[in-house]
Design a protein around this ligand. Structure first.
Ligand code: ADP
Ligand code: MG
Length: 266
């Protein structure tokens, strides 16, 4: 039984929530990452090991240049470690070539960035539907998934709006819906509130907490301590290493915090 081929493993894990309880979605083992720049070499990750279980909500903090984005790019299968291993749902993807990584990425990863990266002349619904074009599902199913994702982020009434007709917070919600539309195993967000005012940031964290409550695994980079506190666990990077790994005690509910914050009209 030692020879379960990886395609079968992919199908099994994609088929559900079927992974055994307690199994790590993310397992990173002694990862190093070097960037070669001609004469010089940047050692961006210097022996990172960490596990993230299904249903966790992890915030990553650390000074600029500490390796956060490098780490996230690896988690998101945008780049590979120089050495060490990365297992995503039990599959060692550290040796995958670009094409195999792209396939895994489309199936398992949802990305949200600081800039919302929406197409300007395209409605919220169409923006959300875009990633499904690569999935092997028909038009009706694609649209249904996009509607479901927009509903999840609270934008059921904004589906036909263009980005210019929406606030920054609403645009970021569309970006979250787009990240969710292929039903990924993990949501990765690199500074998702970096362009938002503080109330809108908490609104986005409310969406993240609701999604996490439904079982979605989330890893988020932020430089704001207040934002990190909405997660369940905080990793602090320094000089390419994880220096702290703490559970958040007395984590606030974003929905409660919002009640204490002034609205735009106030
Ligand atoms: P952070 O996201 O924490 O600010 P990064 O992961 O972006 O940190 O960067 C870690 C280190 O790797 C920095 O010294 C940065 O200059 C370097 N680095 C990041 N990306 C590249 C790249 N594509 N090419 C060369 N060096 C890079
Ligand atoms: Mg960064």
């Amino acid at each position: 039984m030692a020879t379960v081929d990886s395609t079968q493993a992919v199908k099994q894990s994609a088929a559900a929530t079927a992974a055994p309880a307690g199994s790590a979605v993310i397992r990173v083992e002694d990862v190093h990452k070097y960037y070669d720049l001609g004469e010089t070499r940047v050692h961006a990750l210097r022996g990172v090991s960490v596990e993230v279980e299904r249903g966790e909500f992890v915030a990553i903090m650390g000074a600029s240049g500490s390796g956060k984005s490098t780490f996230m790019n690896m988690l998101g299968c945008l780049d590979r470690p120089s050495s060490g291993r990365y297992l995503l749902e039990g599959i060692d993807v550290s040796k995958h070539d670009k094409r195999a990584l792209a396939q895994i990425r489309n199936q398992k990863i949802g990305f949200v960035f600081q800039g919302f990266n929406l197409l300007a002349r395209t409605t919220a619904l169409e923006n959300t539907e875009l990633p499904t074009l690569y999935a092997k599902v028909d038009k009706v199913e694609r649209q249904k998934r996009a509607v479901d994702a927009l509903t999840l982020v609270g934008l059921a009434d904004r589906m036909q709006h263009y980005p210019s007709q929406m606030s920054g917070g609403q645009q970021q919600r569309v970006a979250v819906a787009r990240a969710l539309v292929n039903r990924p195993s993990i949501l990765l967000a690199d500074e998702p509130t970096g362009n938002l005012d503080s109330r809108t940031s908490v609104e986005i964290m409310e969406v993240f907490q609701e999604l996490n409550d439904k079982g979605l695994t989330i890893v988020l980079v932020t430089h704001e301590h207040d934002v990190a506190q909405f997660a369940k666990r905080v990793l602090v990077f320094r000089d390419g290493r994880i220096r702290k790994d703490d559970l958040v005690l007395n984590r606030p509910r974003a929905s409660e915090v919002l009640k204490t914050l002034p609205t735009l009209e106030d």
